[in-house]
Design a protein around this ligand. Structure first.
Ligand SMILES: NC(=O)c1ccc[n+]([C@@H]2O[C@H](COP(=O)([O-])OP(=O)(O)OC[C@H]3O[C@@H](n4cnc5c(N)ncnc54)[C@H](OP(=O)(O)O)[C@@H]3O)[C@@H](O)[C@H]2O)c1
Length: 259
């Protein structure tokens, strides 16, 4: 096999946490492949990274909801002489409202992006990650730790991401591949408006910037941590959700969401 250049593939890099992660990976010397649907935002980010003196990221403008999206990323890497050393599964979205009333198609598309695409990319690149002794950073959420009346499907997708990532951490760890689930609390990004979450819905003390979340996620991945929960209050919430009886957690979340 010819010498392939190792890269970090980051999905959902056009905004929010994904863009912040791209900056952190670039500043730590990684060559990047940035994936999202919006070309202008990806170009602005690639320009900024290049202007800071780093290698220009390779941009793939792609709707990950397309059934062949993961195969297309793999093909493009091969054709351009690149190989995934790190995979950051960050693209995702949520929707707020009672599951039975929200649009069914959009909720299924959410499962497709948050769960199926993340799984397919992780499995598809496992071999190259082993070869490169790299890692996977899967963006889960504090929502991973609790069922969420008012965002039922979103919480369920993120519970999957946490469970899958923790198991992969164990399975691939012995082969030199780090796998980390990054579980942020609320982060002020486009995510909120897209999900239909009202402004100031989450208490400010739980919020963290995308940049801080990205730094902690990168650091946790490089240290080989299984789970990273940015912020002590969010760690506390995740811990409580594991300790309290499920019916109490459900009651609390239902009170907050009103669902
Ligand atoms: N913000 C929070 O409070 C929060 C908290 C915990 C976890 N998270 C998780 O963090 C991750 C990033 O969220 P964020 O807050 O940074 O949200 P964001 O600002 O809305 O960014 C989402 C990213 O995903 C990309 N994306 C969405 N659908 C896509 C598709 N079909 N194909 C390709 N790319 C797609 C978007 O790019 P395009 O629109 O250009 O395609 C964008 O780059 C998500 O997995 C989210 O669940 C967020």
């Amino acid at each position: 096999m010819p010498d392939l250049k190792p890269v970090a593939v980051i999905t959902g890099a056009s905004a929010g946490i994904g863009a912040a992660l791209a900056n952190v990976f670039a500043d730590n010397g990684h060559a990047l492949v940035l994936v999202a649907r919006r070309a202008p935002q990806l170009k602005v980010l690639a320009d900024a990274i290049e202007e800071r003196g780093h290698a220009r990221p390779h941009v793939i403008v792609l709707d990950l909801g397309q059934p062949d999206a993961a195969a297309r990323i793999e093909d493009e890497l091969r054709e351009t002489g690149l190989e995934a050393k790190f995979l950051v599964n960050n693209a995702g979205f949520g929707l707020m409202g009672p599951a039975a009333s929200l649009d069914r198609g959009q909720q299924l598309a959410m499962i497709d992006l948050n769960v199926r695409v993340l799984t397919e990319l992780s499995l598809r690149f496992a071999e190259s990650l082993v070869r490169q002794q790299g890692g996977i950073l899967n963006v889960a959420s504090v929502a991973s730790f609790m069922p969420g009346p008012g965002m039922a499907v979103y919480h369920a997708t993120k519970a999957y991401v946490l469970s899958f990532s923790e198991a992969l951490h164990r399975e691939l760890g012995g082969q030199g591949v780090r796998v980390t689930a990054l579980c942020p609390g609320p982060v002020e990004t486009e995510f909120m408006a897209r999900a239909g979450i009202p402004e100031n819905y989450f208490p400010r003390f739980l919020s963290r910037s995308a940049e801080r979340v990205a730094l902690e996620g990168y650091d946790g991945l490089m240290r080989g941590r299984r789970v990273v929960i940015p912020g002590s209050k969010n760690k506390g919430a995740a811990w409580l959700a594991r300790l309290l009886p499920r019916r109490v957690v459900l009651w609390m979340l239902r009170r907050v969401s009103g669902a």
